[in-house]
Ligand binder design. Structure first.
Ligand code: B12
Length: 219
């Protein structure tokens, strides 16, 4: 799509899969000094609306793929800016990954970027990560927090299996789950300590949880 219509909102441009317009609007907002985290929030809302249209059969798989590509390109524009805007003193080790059977990684990658900007060392296992892979890596790097990402309903069982295995193998530190469809019920079902549907809240939570561990001398 090569037409640009910068009178649209960024949310609508993403929901309508208007790639050129979405990128032009992001550039325009960055030039105007807009906060990159607010831009990410709008993109997330646009993606949510893409998902709704998919559910209503207005879009098919190709629409989801296209939305994913637009979002990746937006992130390429935003990444260098976010890296200069966010900073902080917190530091700690986070083990991150999208659970088995799930290949959604755009949200996880944002979390990784923001955590890295806050001086966390992030061990990102990627997507479709088996419970045993999480458990082995946790034993190796002794993370302060494990973060599991998952967007599919079917991911909840994989989250449950991953958390059970980590606990069976003696991992006692906090486990956070993240993903746009999560809820308190899901969090209880899978046995997570915390849950979130947005990266900024997730990063704040990680900072608090690591500070608590450092205060207790749990390096
Ligand atoms: C883009 C997209 C895709 C792309 C993903 C590309 C990619 N590289 O990730 C592709 C095309 C691959 C895809 C495939 C599929 N998808 Co899809 N997809 C989406 C869509 C439209 C957007 C997801 C997204 O990137 N959102 C933007 C990001 C930024 O948001 P986010 O992931 O929620 O992340 C934020 C927070 O949740 C948080 N966060 C995320 N993870 C973590 C982790 C931690 C530790 C923390 C702290 C925070 C955190 O931080 C992020 C930033 O704030 C959603 C719609 C939706 N409502 O989510 C459907 C959606 C998730 N997909 C869906 C479906 C059905 C599928 C497919 C099964 C379709 C098919 N028939 O094949 C496949 C499944 C493939 C698989 N095995 O995983 C459904 C799931 C329904 C369900 N209940 O299970 C959804 C909800 C669409 C819908 N409404 O029906 N999809």
């Amino acid at each position: 799509m090569n037409n640009t219509d910068t009178s649209m909102t960024l949310i609508d441009a993403i929901a309508d899969l208007q790639e050129e317009t979405a990128l032009a609007l992001v550039r325009q907002r960055l030039d105007a000094g807009d906060d990159s985290l607010l831009i990410i929030e709008d993109c997330q809302e646009g993606m949510r609306q893409v998902g709704e249209r998919y559910e209503r059969h207005e879009y098919y798989l190709a629409g989801l793929i296209m939305a994913g590509e637009i979002f990746s390109q937006v992130m390429e524009l935003l990444q260098p800016i976010v890296e200069t805007q966010v900073s902080g003193e917190a530091s700690g080790r986070i083990l991150l990954g999208t659970v088995e059977g799930d290949i959604h990684d755009l949200g996880k990658n944002i979390v990784n970027m923001l955590l890295s900007c806050h001086n966390f060392v992030v061990h990102d296992l990627g997507v479709d990560v088996a419970p045993t892979t999480f458990a082995k890596k946790a034993a190796q790097v002794q993370p302060h927090i494990v973060g599991l990402s998952g967007l599919l309903t079917s991911s909840y069982d994989a989250m449950h299996a991953t958390i059970s295995l980590l606990r069976d193998r003696g991992f006692q530190r906090p486990i956070i789950i993240g993903g746009g469809q999560l809820s308190e019920e899901v969090s209880q079902y899978v046995g997570a300590d915390h849950w979130t549907t947005d990266a900024v809240t997730g990063v704040e939570l990680c900072r608090t949880l690591v500070s608590e561990q450092v205060r207790k001398g749990q390096e």
